[in-house]
Design a protein around this ligand. Structure first.
Ligand SMILES: Nc1ncnc2c1ncn2[C@@H]1O[C@H](COP(=O)(O)OP(=O)(O)OP(=O)(O)O)[C@@H](O)[C@H]1O
Ligand SMILES: [Mg+2]
Length: 390
């Protein structure tokens, strides 16, 4: 199989190919003889050639036309070096045709035969060197494309964030008015017991809505200082927020907060991460299941760091390998309009800011089907930040 650093030789006459290969190889130049013109064209089209070395006998009219076309279709960064060996000191119609077709291309070199082995080797070496520079251009331009794609993603994210916080902000005022109005009506002594119960329910649902908008605003405003907080304190408001959805989907919640598992973190951001993990777990258990949350102080065996370990495990539908590979990509979601695909992407940014890590395991189609996320937050992440203890 030809590779990107090989001179491909097409020399159909006599032992030409073998001799050229010998000359290049004895100078430590990677080379390979190709028998079928179509294989050489395939290598050119798929970018698997470092340079071409062709003798005039290779240039049938059909091959010349196909080669010219393949060279014209190269990507911007590519200018494949082509070395053409022609008989010295004589003109021939074939040479005229090849020169007319390829002579205009910047990286085609005509070498006259008989050629000294050292001249052939230096031409081969120079061709591969110029090809290596092209690969460098390809690498840099791929990196640039990647950087501008992630810039675009973060701009999209910032726009989504701004939109979410402005909606949350605008919702706050009417929510407050409704809360006040409900308060006034609840104090009406003529209210029946039924109406009173309905208003209590309306009031608690309203509180949930207010908490959602507040969380949203808190997240986008960003906490300025890390605080020391227990795992339980992190989870309680989130579980309260999801109480309705957990009950509607018949999900049992098992929590296990071991000891005084405490960590220093940007509280709002870590809540955002946990809230998305729980939201995802609920989405995966539409027909019921079990959500396990286990928190303990532990040691990260990879780094030896102490910290807080949080397990969020569900018995939901799990993920295929393909899905699991992509879950941390921005805008990747399998939920259609039900998801923006930003939850885990934002989470991974937050976790790396906390110098922690998030690992996932998922099983599909067995009795132990489900997904577990294990989050580790090291104690030492914010030693240099201004810490505010509670
Ligand atoms: N617990 C889970 N069980 C099964 N699939 C999951 C689980 N958690 C995440 N996924 C998969 O990972 C994808 C990405 O999750 P992510 O939280 O980033 O986005 P989302 O939930 O689709 O949208 P949102 O931006 O609203 O969070 C989900 O669409 C889902 O396919
Ligand atoms: Mg999500």
């Amino acid at each position: 199989m030809p590779n990107r650093n090989t001179v491909l030789i097409l020399a159909p006459f006599g032992r030409d190919a073998e001799l050229l290969l010998g000359m290049l190889m004895s100078s430590d130049i990677q080379a390979k003889c190709i028998v079928e013109p179509s294989s050489l064209l395939d290598a050119v089209r798929s970018g698997r050639a470092g340079a071409l070395m062709l003798t005039q006998e290779a240039f049938t009219p059909a091959f010349l036309a196909l080669l010219t076309e393949a060279l014209a279709l190269q990507p911007d960064w590519s200018d494949l070096p082509v070395l053409v060996l022609v008989p010295g000191g004589m003109e021939s119609p074939i040479i005229g045709r090849v020169e007319a077709a390829l002579g205009g291309l910047p990286n085609v070199t005509f070498l006259e035969r008989p050629i000294r082995p050292s001249t052939l080797a230096s031409a081969g070496r120079a061709a591969l060197k110029s090809r290596a520079r092209q690969y460098e251009v390809e690498r840099v331009s791929k990196e640039r494309d990647k950087a501008s794609a992630s810039l675009l993603e973060s701009e999209k994210l910032a726009a989504v964030g701004r939109l979410a916080s402005s909606i949350a902000h605008e919702l706050n005022n009417p929510l407050e008015s409704i809360t006040n109005l409900i308060y006034i009506v609840r104090n009406d002594p003529n209210l029946s017991a039924d109406s009173q119960a309905h208003l209590d329910l309306a009031s608690s649902e309203l509180q949930r809505a207010a908490e959602i908008t507040k969380q949203n605003l808190r997240f986008h405003r960003q906490s300025t200082r890390p605080v020391s907080i227990t795992a339980e304190e992190l989870f309680v408001p989130i579980l309260a927020l999801y109480k309705g959805r957990l009950a509607n989907s018949s999900i049992d919640v098992i929590t296990d907060f071991r000891g005084d598992s405490r960590v220093v973190c940007y509280e709002g951001e870590i809540r955002q991460v946990l809230s998305n993990l729980i939201g995802n777990a609920i989405d995966a258990m539409r027909t019921g299941g079990t959500l396990k949350i286990r928190c303990s102080c532990s040691l990260d065996w990879r780094t030896g760091a102490n910290g807080l370990s949080i397990l969020v495990a569900d018995s939901g539908h799990g993920m295929s390998d393909e899905v699991r590979r992509r879950i941390f990509e921005a805008f990747y979601s399998t939920k259609g309009i039900g998801g923006t695909g930003l939850g885990l992407w934002v989470s991974s940014e937050i976790i790396s800011k906390h110098k922690g890590h998030l690992r996932v395991r998922s099983t599909v189609g067995t009795r132990r089907q489900g997904t577990s996320f294990r989050l580790f937050l090291p104690d030492s992440a914010h030693e240099d930040d201004g810490q505010q203890t509670q």
